[in-house]
Design a protein. Structure first.
Length: 277
């Protein structure tokens, strides 16, 4: 097996042009194969020869430390060795190096893309993988189906030393985060920011500034991060997605994401750093 450390370098690619032996990450029912002590596992080819697991799908995803890396999916009833367990990707957040999380994120998204596009939406026949592109096609028409990415905005709204943070109904306990939402068809990122913030908390914003982006595989999202300043309005949670929202002084924040896990945490930490500078 390949040791997992902070020195892993991942280069995403669509076509394997290397003659080197490959390494693999194993998925079953969209969960990753790990050891019982929560150690992430990267298998070399010889590691899997002993396994009783039945492979149903294999995709090349890129190069990990210059070695060809595949995602291997096994059947839902494949027998696991006694010292192995299955771990959802969310449970790996903050526990594996960023480069490896990128590998897992790409693996999960490509796995779901292929599973959800097995059949042609026009004629219903089986789709095939394109030989030179990361795409699927059907012989009945020339359209290619590429992996789907859903663009989203995520925004930290501020008012001086205060941050607008919200509690989504699905968040555990007292966990708060920044506001976020999907960009609608025909909508710019800036328009989505104004719409989403007003829909969720009835607040208007100004001075929108782009911060950065993050691939987020829950599901296949591209998070576009922004800072925005409060303009007007009284905070009123929509009651559907957001059940609690308030202004918090930067020195007295609730439980929020950390920057090593999500762009929401990076937005918060960057603003606090700016206030302290």
């Amino acid at each position: 097996m390949i040791p997992v450390n902070d020195n892993l370098v991942f280069t995403p690619e669509n076509i394997n042009t290397s003659s080197e032996s490959s390494i693999s990450i194993v998925l079953r029912n969209q969960e990753f194969l790990t050891s019982k002590n929560s150690e992430f596992l990267i298998f070399e080819e010889d590691d899997l020869k002993w396994s009783e697991m039945e492979m149903v799908n294999k995709q090349f995803i890129g190069y990990l430390n210059e070695k060809p890396c595949n995602i291997l999916e096994v059947t839902h009833d494949s027998k696991l060795d006694d010292d192995l367990i299955l771990t959802p990707l969310r449970n790996l957040l903050g526990r594996i190096p960023d480069s490896l999380f990128t590998v897992c994120s790409r693996s999960l998204q490509l796995s779901e893309w292929k599973r959800n596009n097995q059949f042609c939406g026009v004629c219903g026949k089986n789709m095939k993988m394109h030989e030179t592109e990361r795409a699927m096609f059907c012989e009945c028409n020339s359209a290619l189906v590429y992996p789907k990415i859903s663009p989203c905005i995520i925004v930290l709204v501020t008012k001086g030393e205060e941050l607008l943070l919200a509690h989504n109904k699905n968040f555990p306990g007292t966990f708060y985060s920044t506001l976020a939402g999907f960009i609608e068809a025909g909508e710019s990122a800036e328009s989505a920011i104004h719409r989403e913030i007003f829909e969720e908390v009835k607040v208007r914003v100004q001075n929108i500034k782009y911060f950065g982006s993050q691939s987020w595989p829950f599901p296949s999202q591209l998070m576009l991060g922004y800072h925005a300043e409060y303009l007007e309005g009284e905070i009123t949670p929509d009651g559907e997605e957001i059940d609690l929202a308030d202004w918090f002084h930067y020195k007295d924040l609730p439980n929020v994401p950390t920057g090593n896990i999500s762009i929401s945490g990076q937005l918060i930490e960057s603003y606090i750093e700016k206030l302290n500078s």
